[in-house]
Design a protein around this ligand. Structure first.
Ligand SMILES: [Zn+2]
Ligand SMILES: [Zn+2]
Length: 155
């Protein structure tokens, strides 16, 4: 397994992934733009039990989502970098902000979502599925990844 570690911008929080992520997608929605201060977010799905916080303690902040689901964002209490989210009240799945990884290029998006909000100067590769809004993970994720997601209570 590839060793994946990451940290917030001030390095108070350090973490390590103890398993391969289930799936990675890029979200182009306006809320993700604002959380990252960038043009998109890379969202890396993993069971929360496999996201080990090696140093520090994150703070949980309730937030809105574009799709209207409950969203709790976990930040560094010192520098306030966003690190990961729980969606729909499911704390068993962590949706990690891939830009906080020490090697952000090591996770490759399997889909792009909320492409209707994409900035015009990003071009999505032809061979990666892209959706105007949200997508049906059951149709897009590899079967084994979706099975992990279901086992963690998010079908
Ligand atoms: Zn920090
Ligand atoms: Zn988004």
């Amino acid at each position: 397994m590839v060793e994946r570690t990451g940290h917030c911008s001030c390095k108070s929080i350090k973490y390590q992934l103890k398993a391969e992520p289930m799936f990675t997608h890029v979200c182009h929605c306006s809320i993700c733009k604002r959380h990252t201060g960038s043009a998109f977010v890379t969202h890396v799905f993993i069971e929360t039990e496999h996201l080990e916080i090696l140093r520090g303690e994150v703070e949980a902040v309730p937030c809105a989502t574009t799709s209207g689901r409950a969203h709790t964002l976990h930040r560094c209490p010192d520098c306030h970098s966003p690190l990961y989210s729980h969606y729909g009240g499911n704390a068993r799945i962590a949706v990690l902000k891939g830009g906080t990884l020490d090697d952000p290029g090591s996770v490759v998006p399997g889909a792009h979502i909320w492409v209707e909000g994409k900035v015009p100067w990003i071009t999505i590769p032809d061979d990666v599925p892209a959706f105007d809004q949200d997508y049906d993970a059951a149709e897009v994720w590899p079967e084994s990844s979706f099975a992990r997601r279901k086992r963690a209570g998010w079908g």
